[in-house]
Design a protein around this ligand. Structure first.
Ligand SMILES: [Zn+2]
Length: 87
């Protein structure tokens, strides 16, 4: 289901789906229309790195939005900031 670049096609609307998170060997994906899907996590290698890269980038974007909204002010965000870049 996953492509080599870590994305997949949405079953419902055929838009590309992007990885949101990894949970117990399963990749959770979402398309632009907010349909959700799942795919098995690829074995260690370029495929898995692509998935982790999407999640890292998405996490960084969400973090910026939180700062703009002024929420989660007292949340410890050091973990996200020290996250390794896979690009
Ligand atoms: Zn969709």
């Amino acid at each position: 289901m996953l492509r080599a670049d870590g994305t997949a096609d949405c079953d419902a609307c055929e838009l590309p789906m992007f990885p949101l998170s990894i949970e117990r060997g399963t990749v959770h994906l979402e398309c632009a229309n907010r349909h959700h899907g799942e795919a098995p996590l690829p074995p260690d290698g370029p495929g898995r790195r692509a998935v982790e890269s999407w999640i890292t980038r998405r996490g960084a974007q969400l973090h910026e939005q939180h700062e703009r909204w002024g929420t989660d002010a007292d949340m410890d965000d050091e973990e996200e900031r020290s996250g390794e870049e896979h690009i």
